[in-house]
Design a protein around this ligand. Structure first.
Ligand code: HPA
Ligand code: ZN
Length: 334
């Protein structure tokens, strides 16, 4: 099964680029940029990654991002992730970035976008990996701050396909950003939002109705509302589920209790993703493997996660067709 999982063609739809900052690169950038970090070694950084909930992770995660200063730093961060994609046979990735984490520290918006985008372009040419960029608003910050960030993104419209919503879900529900998302739609951005990770099923419903999202990120707490589950099945609204993240942030107690396989069998368009792999202990194949080790799934079911991700992605119908064929061909010879 391990080999099948590693070789299965995959599409990632829920990945925060700042969450791919491995402790070794954090140290390298801290030295390069002369930034003090409160750890003595990469191993000490890893040992600090014990989280009790989403907020305890976010505090450490935003601190880690302080070492990212120059365009080259954002390039190096993104390139390292893309090399991991190649290793895991990820053919396409739709990548979140959090501009406010950086602009609040005086880093220019264009430094962030240009560094990430240069790596994405190089990966297309050299690794054959395609990608899209999704700009997330930090929901613990104000509506006004999000509106200003949207304004900053307009000159980079050709490099950003969609807007998203991340950070602390509790106390910052989707409705706080209804006007921001309406403006983003007016500017013809697509939209996604984290909802139903730590927050209630109502947040999933409101992300769909008020933010008019094309996908829901996480969404696993949808099961608390059976009518909502029925609606997700009927509409094929995708959920980008992140099993190792849910385990590390204690959204679930153990992987056996995770509902993603059950949701798949009920006919939801669920996908598997790594979220913040440097912090949660695994990239794409690790997430597939963690699910397969805890649940008796068939190869066809594992492949269905890939097919769902292709269906839920923001690529052209022709590209969807091409990737679907890659997965189908792989299953036939597996
Ligand atoms: N949830 C909310 N915000 C985040 C996450 C997450 O899983 N990862 C990075 N920012
Ligand atoms: Zn996330």
């Amino acid at each position: 099964m391990k080999q099948f999982i590693e070789q299965l063609p995959k599409v990632e739809l829920h990945l925060h680029i700042e969450g791919t900052l491995e402790p070794e690169l954090m140290f390298e950038l801290a030295t390069r940029n002369q930034i003090a970090i409160p750890y003595a070694s990469p191993n000490e950084v890893r040992e600090a990654y014990q989280f009790s909930n989403l907020q305890s992770f976010l505090d450490i995660y935003y601190q880690g991002a302080n070492v990212l200063i120059h365009e080259q730093d954002f390039f190096d961060l993104t390139w390292a992730y893309l090399l991991r994609c190649q290793q895991d046979n990820v053919l396409h990735s739709e990548i979140f970035f959090d501009p406010q984490t950086h602009t609040a520290r005086g880093i220019a918006f264009e430094t962030v976008v240009n560094g990430i985008h240069r790596a994405l372009t190089q990966a297309k040419h050299e690794l054959g990996i395609s990608s899209q960029l999704i700009m997330c608003f930090l929901r613990h910050l104000s509506e006004e701050d999000a509106l200003a960030t949207l304004e900053q993104a307009l000159p980079f419209k050709d490099k950003i396909i969609a807007v998203g919503l991340d950070s602390s879900e509790q106390g910052n529900p989707p409705e706080k950003f209804a006007r921001v998302f309406a403006k983003a739609h007016e500017a013809s951005f697509l939209a996604v939002a984290h909802a139903g990770e730590e927050g209630p099923a109502l947040n999933v419903k409101n992300a769909m109705e008020l933010l008019k999202v094309q996908r829901v990120d996480h969404g696993v707490r949808c099961v608390e509302d059976p009518a909502l589950v029925a609606r997700l099945i009927q509409s094929r609204m995708p959920l980008t589920v992140c099993p190792l993240s849910n385990l590390k942030l204690k959204v679930v107690e153990n992987m056996e209790q995770h509902n993603v396989v059950d949701l798949l069998r009920q006919g939801l368009c669920v996908t598997l993703n790594s979220d913040d792999p440097a912090y949660f202990g695994g990239y794409m194949s690790d997430n597939f493997l963690a699910v397969a080790n805890a649940h008796p799934v068939t190869k066809q079911e594992l492949a269905q996660f890939s097919l769902n991700a292709i269906e839920a992605s923001f690529i052209s119908p022709e590209e969807k067709q091409r990737l679907t064929e890659r997965v189908s061909q792989f299953i036939r010879q597996a």
